[in-house]
Design a protein around this ligand. Structure first.
Ligand code: FES
Length: 210
């Protein structure tokens, strides 16, 4: 009869089957790989979770105002008056006016504004603009560069990395270059002359994922 502290037969004797050792080794590797995979998944789940809950990383929320992130007005609240009609674009991050939280914890929150004559905007664009100011994600949907270029003669936005060109008068339609889709549009309205968020981005922000 076998006693409680007897070792299983397998560990007391040299196993006659060489393949069994390899098989045990493989199954240990499989377990290790699964554990590593689980660790990586948990890590990304935590990162995604923090992006959803950290107020500095939250995408622009309705009622947010904006703070210029560069240029002569850097650090100031964006007002219609600060945006010259006809361009060039200005860049800013959203700010929660209640908590004064600047949502600059993610570069995907960077927004560009262009002030254009309302008569030049297409109807769907004018509907989400604030007195002629249109707002778009400043991140190119091709590979994620900052869309910082401006063609004054055509009033087009240009990505400096691979020359994708967007028309801000028409929901940032792609005019040329490799960008697979328009810049996500951010609905705006003005409150006491300040540019504020009136809705969510029209599409996922950032580079196209393959
Ligand atoms: S990243 Fe903008 S065109 Fe390639």
């Amino acid at each position: 009869m076998r006693r409680a502290n007897d070792q299983p037969e397998e560990s007391n004797t040299a196993h006659p089957c060489k393949d069994c050792y390899a098989s045990r080794l493989l199954s240990r590797r499989t377990v290790l790989k699964s554990a590593l995979g689980l660790g990586v998944s948990l890590h990304f789940a935590r990162v995604a979770d923090s992006a959803e809950t950290d107020p500095k990383k939250l995408r622009p929320q309705i009622g947010d105002v904006f703070i210029f992130s560069s240029g002569d007005h850097q650090g100031q609240v964006v007002t219609i008056r600060d945006l010259p009609e006809g361009g060039p674009p200005a860049f800013a991050y959203p700010l929660d006016p209640k908590t004064q939280t600047l949502r600059d914890g993610s570069r995907l929150n960077r927004v560009l504004f262009v002030h254009l004559a309302q008569t030049e905007l297409t109807d769907p664009t004018r509907a989400v603009a604030a007195e002629g100011v249109v707002g778009y994600s400043a991140i190119c949907p091709h590979t994620g560069c900052d869309v910082s270029g401006w063609k004054a003669e055509t009033q087009h936005l240009v990505c400096p990395c691979h020359a994708s060109t967007f028309d801000p008068k028409d929901r940032a339609r792609v005019i040329g270059g490799p960008a697979p889709r328009p810049l996500p549009l951010l609905p705006l309205r003005t409150v006491d002359g300040k540019v504020t968020v009136a809705g969510a981005f029209s599409a996922r922000v950032g580079a196209e994922q393959k």
